[in-house]
Design a protein around this ligand. Sequence first.
Ligand code: GDP
Ligand code: MG
Length: 175
Amino acid sequence: NTGDEKVDYVYKVVVIGDSAVGKTQVLSRFTRNEFCFDSKSTIGVEFQTRTLTIKSKVVKAQIWDTAGQERYRAVTSAYYRGALGAMLVYDITKRETFDHVARWVEELRDHTDNSIVIALIGNKADLEHKRAVPSIDAVEFAETQGLYFFETSALTGDNVETAFFKLLEEIYFVV
Ligand code: GDP
Ligand code: MG
């Protein structure tokens, strides 16, 4: 018995962004409440799931992770197919990962429905002393593009739940 008979909705969410920004760690923080310091031991699965309740409906979030396909245009259309939401992650300590965010938005728009809900995630917020991307830059970009914006730390867990819950709740309202 998997408990699947009780699931009201399954929402596919894709996690995208440059390599090493913390995509896999944000995901494992959300689905297993774990942070793995040796994250090169890649989990050989395409997605992880977590079941939660939104407005008294049981929602299974099926969250897809890239496995080294983060080069520009290397993510396949199969990865995006059917996605209702996206977590677009950059690293607040690496300016170029934020500079590439516009490209990722463009790639998302090319591969998904207009109704896709996107959250921009500035990860590694625990490394404030190394910050290279002022929050205001991301706030402004998110506003012009119609994205939600959160700064998170997969390491401490700060804001990870908040970001995913907001994304999933918005998907619930959209679909
Ligand atoms: P991915 O390539 O985007 O999937 O990135 P990973 O999840 O593999 O993380 C890349 C590196 O950043 C690893 O060394 C992680 O331990 C580290 N990392 C990920 N998230 C955080 C975070 O929130 N804070 C800090 N300090 N390091 C992080
Ligand atoms: Mg990864």
